[in-house]
Design a protein around this ligand. Structure first.
Ligand code: DLL
Length: 435
């Protein structure tokens, strides 16, 4: 265990949370007009917040709130104190922006070190990090965590599967970090390339997250690589990966001395007791640049507060069971259907009729958008259609950060619906993608 707080008696943990929560509430109330206004509307003063139970009275924060204050409106520090900025998908157009001070980077390293310590990763380990490096928090989050515990990190980022396999074999990687679907894809390619997964590779642990994974997919990864499957959970708005991590007994532990979890009823906002399923909400209590009060993750789960066989006493969250909104996760990248629509509205020559089709290519997700062209473009012939397709694919890549296949269809051929348009066809199997 990296830090003894993970197994502290609950009273000690709750006292620490209460103190940190009071400090955070003072901080946001005095430094962020958005929070002050919301607190004032509810008649709440920072002094009213004494213990973790008082959280229930505080206002909830949403992705839309972050968007409304794009890019730095909810930061509590000037940009001169920020040393890192990441971002993830917003629902349309603008991304969600998050910032870290040097202190926040310290918190992130700490929780990532705890994550890596779930399998005692440390000096002597070679960590092959195939999470994407860039604005996505996965790559750099795991990178700093691996360095913090003293392992050798290989910052390979995503893609280039064959080269990744070569490096993993030749460098003797012992730990693999990537999305579960990419780990399965690598296993398949390795087999095609004639590798013997268990003999040629030394992977003993895999840190898999950023997307849901069914038990079937987890078992397939254990069987293929002969590794211990460790789940990683997190979101950019809270810190990135490192919000919760699975122990070898399979329980997902929330690092709640930094991020206090609650589960609420998505409709009413009411806090639900432990053991009941609802929407996960987090309050950060140690972050400086972007502390966040009661952030609605839209992830559906159940919390349990009981000690685990591994010795940890912090809250256990069940693996995410689904989303309370329409966000799609495509190979670990978050995509909102509204983003697709937003791109389509910027391009001429098409009608507002479209369908998003999600399917699998091997084990990886494939996103296709079928779009009806208008009569004029259709009459312009094949050259015009090819240009339009290329333009749309480009715009999608720019806005969504993923490759989208565009299929242009003739005017008036997509099915019209009588009620709410059915714009998403998800043909991916239950395997690893839906719960
Ligand atoms: O996905 C951070 C991360 C990177 C976590 C690497 C784990 C490993 P975002 O891009 O902001 O951050 O996406 C956050 O991804 O609200 C969930 O819906 C989903 N998600 C993350 N981890 C899991 C998981 C990163 N273990 C959103 N199981 C979250 C299911 C997950 N869904």
């Amino acid at each position: 265990m990296w830090n003894s707080i993970e197994s502290a008696p609950r009273e000690e943990l709750e006292a620490l949370q209460a103190k940190r929560l009071r400090d955070t509430v003072e901080r946001v109330y005095h430094l962020v007009p958005f929070y002050r206004k919301k607190f004032d509307e509810l008649g709440i003063k920072p002094a009213h917040v004494k213990s973790v139970k008082d959280l229930a009275n505080l206002p909830l924060t949403t992705k839309q709130d972050l968007r409304d204050h794009y890019p730095f409106g909810l930061f509590t520090v000037p940009i001169s104190s920020v040393i890192r900025i990441h971002s993830s998908s917003g629902t349309t157009g603008k991304p969600t922006v998050v910032g870290y001070t040097e202190h926040d980077m310290g918190v992130w390293k700490e929780v990532m070190a705890r994550t890596m310590s779930m399998m005692d990763v440390g000096p002597g380990d070679v960590v092959h990090n195939a999470y994407g490096y860039g604005l996505f928090t996965g790559g750099l989050g795991f990178h700093y965590g691996a360095e913090e515990v003293g392992a050798a990190v290989v910052p390979s980022s995503g893609g280039f599967t064959k080269r990744q396999l070569l490096l993993m074999k030749d460098f003797g990687a012992t730990v693999l970090c990537c999305t579960p679907s990419f780990a399965l894809h690598m296993a398949e390619v390795a087999q095609e390339e004639g590798y013997d997964l268990k003999k040629d590779f030394k992977i003993r642990a895999g840190f898999f997250g950023a997307e849901p994974a069914s038990e079937g997919l987890r078992q397939a990864l254990r069987d293929a690589w002969g590794l211990v499957y460790i789940e990683a959970y997190g979101l950019s708005e809270i810190i990135g990966p490192g919000v919760a991590a699975g122990c070898p007994y399979g329980n997902l532990h929330v690092f709640e001395d930094h991020f206090i979890p609650e589960v609420i009823d998505s409709e009413t906002g009411e806090v639900l007791p432990d053991g009941e399923q609802g929407e996960l909400v987090f309050t950060t209590v140690t972050k400086q640049a972007l502390p966040i009060i009661r952030y609605r993750t839209k992830d559906i789960t159940v919390l349990h507060r009981q000690p685990c066989k591994c010795g940890r006493t912090v809250t256990i969250m069940e693996s995410v069971k689904g989303r309370a909104d329409d966000m799609l996760i495509v190979n670990g990248v978050n995509v909102f259907p509204s983003q697709v629509e937003h791109v389509l509205t910027k391009v001429e020559g098409i009608t507002p009729n479209y369908v998003i089709v999600l399917d699998k290519k091997g084990v990886l997700d494939k996103l296709e958008v079928w779009v009806e062209v208008d009569d004029r473009t259709f009459a312009d012939g094949i050259g015009a259609l090819e240009n339009l397709k290329a333009q749309l694919q480009n715009e999608m890549l720019n806005d969504l950060y993923i490759n989208v296949r565009i299929k242009l269809v003739e005017p008036k051929t997509l099915e019209r619906s009588m009620g709410k348009a059915k714009r998403i066809i998800d043909k991916r199997e239950a395997e690893g993608l839906k719960s």
